[in-house]
Design a protein around this ligand. Structure first.
Ligand code: AMP
Ligand code: ZN
Length: 115
């Protein structure tokens, strides 16, 4: 854990969130500023700064997050026709919280390329 990290504190329950899913490795919660009818943030409990700071030892948990995203998506009728999973990395990628996280978005049609 990183002492000044908002998402570490959310995963530990020290800051409240609308929890959607939790297991030993992963925590998922509703985004506070949703960009779609359903907007969920999925994080590893382990503190990792971002996708530009991962190692082979992180493969398992990062792969697990994708399986969790698919599992959560199945629980929301809004995502039955598809959904989007996004990682924003670094300044140019639009990352604002430096604990790696994946956005799971659904309930509308998403354009391509993204903005
Ligand atoms: P990013 O811009 O990719 O770093 O995404 C950070 C996300 O965290 C944004 O979508 C924020 O709305 C979301 N966020 C920030 N603080 C909270 C919070 N306390 N609870 C839930 N989501 C949050
Ligand atoms: Zn953290």
């Amino acid at each position: 854990m990183s002492y000044d990290c908002l998402f570490c504190k959310i995963a530990e329950g020290k800051i409240s969130s609308y929890k959607i899913y939790e297991d030993e490795e992963v925590f998922a919660f509703m985004d506070i500023n949703p960009q779609a009818p359903v907007h969920i943030v999925i994080i590893p409990k382990k503190h990792i700064n971002g996708l530009d700071n991962v190692f082979y030892e992180d493969e398992q948990v990062l792969g697990h997050i994708q399986v969790v995203a698919a599992k959560i998506a199945k629980q929301f009728p809004e995502m039955k026709n598809g959904f989007r999973v996004i990682n924003n990395c670094g300044e140019n990628g639009g990352q604002t919280i430096f604990h790696i996280h994946y956005h799971l978005l659904g309930g509308r049609v998403f354009s391509w390329p993204p903005g």
